[in-house]
Design a protein around this ligand. Structure first.
Ligand code: 1CP
Length: 345
């Protein structure tokens, strides 16, 4: 009988030898898939995240269609904020918060909660997803990093220059720290709840952690990421830290006790791997490369597979999430190429 612990995804993250390179892609469940659009025509994004059966269905869709080597639970990094008192509205495309949190009073109004209660629908969804996936395909749980969550809370949505967050950083750093500490506590409870519900690995998404000077990254962000990752150490699941734009911070992120580090497409594997010794890596094809020709997709994917095979473990991924306009045929080419790659060939 097969066991999900023997999957090539988990083996790669543990740095064990594998027959081939596993692949999944960030945002693999989502708007580029017609079957996802079909579910979304019936449910809003928020309803989808709150309905375990529907979240399970869209989690399984890319596994059925492409045979990815891991599934990622369908939810959003902003889901954990709603029970804290900061619900986001997704109806206009990007997430929007009715009242951004900027003053001390607004930040103190955020409430931490027991993840088993406040996000019980996530635990229920994970149980359904595990049943649906069986013992072949592992399930990844995730959360946003406290800093990335803070950007959405303080700016009230996506942002170009992060002027409100940076104003707080440079004028009232203790207030930003207070917010980050609260988000860290909640994220620890949330991720531990996900592991208890059955996820096989966890990924912390730090999409906007790369906007600070490294000295500020070291004092503001790194201690929170460390506290979250350390809280999961004894849970027995691999921990992946994806920091977009992490190249200038490699000396800092390589102080973290995690199994794997994500790499975006701006990193050259050949130059970066010697600086990331001991870590499994995940990445790092430019999501926009999927708009190139089939030959280009194959060539670039194989380059990454060859370089990645020099790391203790390599999980193939895009360097960031797939775009809604990405052609399905390009994803098929990518999966076929990566799953056909054999080390040494
Ligand atoms: O209209 C729709 O159907 C909603 C679009 C959508 C989707 C499909 C959003 C809103 N979130 C998601 C799913 C999602 N988000 C997943 C599902 C699992 C998978 O990967 O398949 C995950 C892991 C996320 C994580 C997420 N949400 C991140 C971190 C990773 C990343 O891509 O950078 C971030 C920054 C968000 C915020 C968010 N949620 C949704 C949107 C459109 C955004 C981005 C807004 C922005 O660019 O600021």
């Amino acid at each position: 009988m097969s066991n999900v612990k023997d999957s090539i995804f988990l083996k790669s993250l543990r740095g064990e030898p594998c027959d081939r390179t596993p692949i999944w892609i960030m945002r693999q469940a989502g708007r580029y898939l017609p079957e996802y659009q079909e579910v979304r025509s019936r449910l809003s994004f928020t309803e989808l995240c709150h309905t375990p059966e529907a979240a399970c269905e869209v989690t399984l869709q890319p596994i059925r269609r492409f045979g990815f080597d891991a599934a990622i639970m369908f939810s959003d990094i902003l889901t954990l904020l709603e029970p804290m008192g900061a619900p986001f509205d997704f109806s206009q495309g990007g997430p929007k918060l009715e009242r951004p949190l900027r003053s001390e009073k607004e930040i103190d109004s955020l409430q931490t909660y027991d993840a088993q209660d406040g996000t019980h629908f996530v635990a229920e969804a994970i149980k359904l997803m595990k049943q649906g996936l069986g013992d072949k395909t592992p399930l990844i749980g995730f959360a946003g990093s406290p800093f990335t969550l803070a950007t959405y809370l303080i700016e009230g949505g996506g942002s170009k220059n992060y002027e409100n967050l940076k104003t707080m950083l440079y004028s009232r750093p203790e207030l930003l720290t207070r917010l980050m500490d609260k988000l860290t506590d909640q994220t620890i409870d949330y991720l531990n709840m996900q592991v208890d519900a059955g996820v096989d690995a966890v990924q912390l998404f730090d999409t906007w952690g790369g906007i600070l000077h490294p000295a500020d990254y070291a004092t503001v962000i790194l201690p929170c990421v460390k506290r979250i990752m350390d809280s999961l150490k004894d849970k027995g699941v691999p921990r992946i830290y994806f920091l977009k734009g992490s190249a200038p911070y490699l000396d800092l992120v390589t102080t973290l006790d995690v199994e794997a580090l994500g790499m975006d497409w701006t990193m050259d594997m050949a130059k970066s791997l010697p600086l990331m010794k001991g870590y499994a890596v995940q990445g790092n094809l430019d999501p926009l490369a999927l708009f190139g020709t089939e030959d280009q997709i194959r060539d670039r994917a194989l380059d990454i597979c060859r370089e990645g095979s020099k790391a203790p473990g390599h999980v193939f991924n895009l360097g960031h999430g797939i775009l809604p306009q990405a052609p399905i045929s390009a994803v098929e080419t990518l999966v076929e190429t990566v799953q056909g790659f054999r080390k040494g060939l």
